[in-house]
Design a protein around this ligand. Structure first.
Ligand code: GDP
Length: 460
């Protein structure tokens, strides 16, 4: 992605029709655009002014509110002009075109996806974890995910990471100081309680990791394969799992239609349901490719729900289904229609799989299945705040944890350490700190930044 520093403009509101639509301009020296569109180049910062947005010939494109945010007090940290007009696609496009035309001499161009937020990051308005939270808040598919994203955006996650980093820095300072005075030959470990400090850092990091994993689950959700013969009650079960909430049906971002996927939510966690019923017989080539892809998803799933009819017992078709499912994915064998079979709602942990007995129509046993699914997902029902973390953050936390563990090994062998062990100890701490810093964006390579921001929507 090629980011330069020329002024940028974009329609910031969603495509489509709405009461209000916003065109946003950010950059240095945007006064000519303000003059052309608003008839003045000196709007009072942070004041809403109702005025006509002007065309080149002086006629009005629309009437609306203009707000000027003077640098650095704006979203991007640059001068920002917001034009709030009526939210129709044509009027928004006309406003944007007019801005680009008026801003030709100052090099105004259309913003790339995520470019406003990227600038906010470069100008220290947000750190990287907060910038990612902006995208996550916009994309949140459940209320719980939105709440956690909002917590991350307000800096709760970043603050926790900074606290960890500060502790690592403190310990590093002690070690480095000792390295600088080898002749003193002090027993550094004992004097400074370095081991104790390291253990406390590791415990704090484990805690953050646990919370971040929960947050990642809220963001990513759980991939659930639903297998079972026609009429065993798959749709009824999905409705029962989704509970009284209206089941959200959204395609997963980035997936194509050929994957048979819908998303419901359970306890705020998105469950991405891959229905194997839809992937049995291939008609043509295109369909065959789609089916192959879907099987790929099946292999990557977190859990398989194999639904059977308790009133009928297993059939040969069920065995065939089982034989086609990957061994690597945990299976919950769900016996539905216990109202007909006379079973009681129950969970039975058997060597081959966990069996759950329930009825989708009278909803008995559904809670047992919910609990089992949450258990498989590693969800802990704590009332604590969660950060909406990404896979990237988990990997960085894991790497930091590994390096702290190696650091601990260097000083664990005996009570006294050689200078060499201290050197290695210091080095592991340094790398651990770097990994933690990558979460908030200090030491993040440009190409990674490009990837992160390119996944934003345009105008953000
Ligand atoms: P699918 O084809 O697997 O999606 O199955 P459906 O959810 O459409 O259900 C097939 C039929 O079984 C419908 O008539 C449902 O009302 C019925 N059914 C589903 N679950 C239960 C259950 O727990 N008990 C009873 N008695 N009928 C059920």
């Amino acid at each position: 992605m090629n980011f330069d520093s020329s002024p940028i403009a974009a329609i910031a509101t969603a495509a489509g029709r709405g009461g209000i639509g916003v065109v946003r301009i950010s950059g240095k020296n945007i006064a000519p655009v303000m003059q052309a569109l608003c008839g003045t180049s000196s709007l009072k910062p942070r004041y809403a002014t109702y005025l006509p947005f002007l065309n080149a010939d002086g006629t009005a494109i629309d009437q609306g509110i203009a707000i000027f945010f003077k640098a650095p007090h704006s979203y991007t940290g640059e001068d920002v002009l917001e034009l709030q007009g009526h939210g129709g696609p044509v009027v928004m496009q006309m406003l944007l075109s007019r801005c680009l035309e008026a801003g030709k001499d100052i090099g105004l161009r259309v913003a790339q996806p995520g470019e406003f937020t990227h600038r906010a990051f470069l100008n220290d308005k947000l750190d990287l974890a907060q910038a990612e939270a902006v995208a996550d808040l916009i994309e949140a598919s459940t209320e719980a995910a939105a709440k956690s994203a909002s917590a991350s955006l307000s800096g709760v996650f970043s603050k926790t990471i900074h606290e960890l980093v500060d502790k690592v820095i403190h310990l590093r300072m002690l070690v480095e100081a000792t390295l600088d005075f080898p002749e003193e030959e002090i027993d550094f470990l004992e004097k400074s309680d370095a081991r104790g400090q390291l253990e406390r850092i590791r415990a704090a990091l484990d805690e953050v990791f646990a919370q971040a994993s929960q947050g990642a689950l809220l963001r990513e959700g759980l991939n659930v394969v639903l297998a079972g013969q026609p009429n065993v009650g798959k749709s009824s079960l999905l409705n029962a799992l989704a509970g009284s909430d209206v089941a959200i049906v959204t395609p997963i971002a980035g997936t194509t239609r050929d994957k048979v996927t819908e998303t419901i939510q359970m306890e705020g966690i998105p469950l991405h349901i891959i229905d194997t019923a839809g992937i049995r017989d291939a008609g043509d080539e295109v369909e065959r490719i789609g089916i192959e892809r879907t099987w790929g998803e099946v292999y990557k799933a977190d859990v398989i729900l194999h639904l059977l009819d308790a009133s009928r017992g297993p059939t040969r078709e069920d065995e065939e289904i089982v034989s086609r499912l990957p061994d690597s994915v945990p299976v919950l064998r769900v016996w539905n229609k216990i109202d007909l079979s006379g079973h009681r709602p129950a969970v039975d942990r058997m060597p081959d799989a966990t069996h759950v007995y329930l009825s989708a129509t009278d909803r008995r046993g559904i809670d047992l299945l919910r609990t089992e699914l949450l258990r498989v997902a590693g969800w802990q029902q704590t009332g604590e705040s969660r950060f909406l973390a990404r896979e990237r953050h988990l990997l960085a936390l894991k790497a930091a944890r590994d390096h702290l563990e190696m650091a601990a090994e260097h000083v664990a062998r005996n009570n006294r350490t050689s200078d060499h062990a201290l050197d290695l100890f210091a080095e592991e701490l340094r790398i651990a700190q770097e990994r933690l810093n990558s979460i908030t964006g200090e030491f993040t390579p440009d190409d990674l930044l490009g990837v992160i921001f390119s996944r934003f929507c345009i105008g953000k």
